[in-house]
Write a protein that binds this ligand. Structure first.
Ligand code: 5GP
Length: 186
């Protein structure tokens, strides 16, 4: 069986990666599978264990790093996030096109380890729009919002490292652009 394509969907926090990923997954012909990450962040109200993330304690995350179980990981605004390697490998071997929805430090690690990965960076139409989206979520304190915005500025500066950059000015249009990119690369 043909091995699946590893797809990295990255971009600053609040750019809409999650929404676009949900839209992409509605297109069954893309044959996508989602890599569920591990995180030490506490769940948000609607998030579910084993669906949105595997929510773990910091000591368990550290154990995962030490055992070499993570394809990549990063610390992001006070919490750890990482991609369990085993599951990604299994899905790729089953011929699935595996989507990693991750922040920039992790995406850069994947580029090093898997140069064949299809890397896509989502950008907001403007920084003001990104700020509006991050604040609109209303689940974080002002301090965390400020840290996320500061981080976003630095993350936007890495976009040239990616194979494709897509502007998320409209969810459906951005989703269609990404679907086309995936079809061209499988
Ligand atoms: P959030 O707390 O908003 O769910 O995620 C914060 C950031 O971490 C987002 O940019 C999200 O895409 C990213 N992220 C989620 N899972 C992973 C992962 O496994 N690895 C890395 N490096 N980043 C992740």
């Amino acid at each position: 069986m043909k091995r699946g394509l590893l797809i990295v969907l990255s971009g600053p926090s609040g750019v809409g990666k999650g929404t676009i990923r949900e839209e992409l997954f509605k297109e069954k012909s893309l044959n996508l599978a989602y890599s569920i990450s591990m995180t030490t962040r506490k769940p948000r109200p609607k998030e579910r264990e084993g669906v949105d993330y595997f929510f773990v304690e910091e000591k368990d995350f550290q154990a995962g790093i030490e055992k070499g179980e993570l394809l990549e990981y990063a610390q992001f605004v006070g919490n750890y996030y990482g991609t369990p390697k085993f599951y990604v490998e299994k899905l790729l071997n089953e011929g699935k096109n595996v989507v990693l929805e991750i922040e920039v430090q992790g995406a850069l690690q994947v580029m090093e380890k898997c140069p064949e990965a299809l890397t896509i960076f989502l950008v907001p139409p403007s920084f003001e729009e990104l700020e509006r989206r991050i604040r609109g979520r209303r689940t974080e304190t002002e301090d965390v919002v400020k840290q996320r915005l500061d981080k976003a500025r630095k993350e936007l500066a890495t976009q040239d490292e990616y194979k494709y950059v897509v502007v998320n000015d409209n969810v459906i249009k951005a989703k269609e652009k990404i679907a086309k990119i995936i079809k061209e690369n499988v």
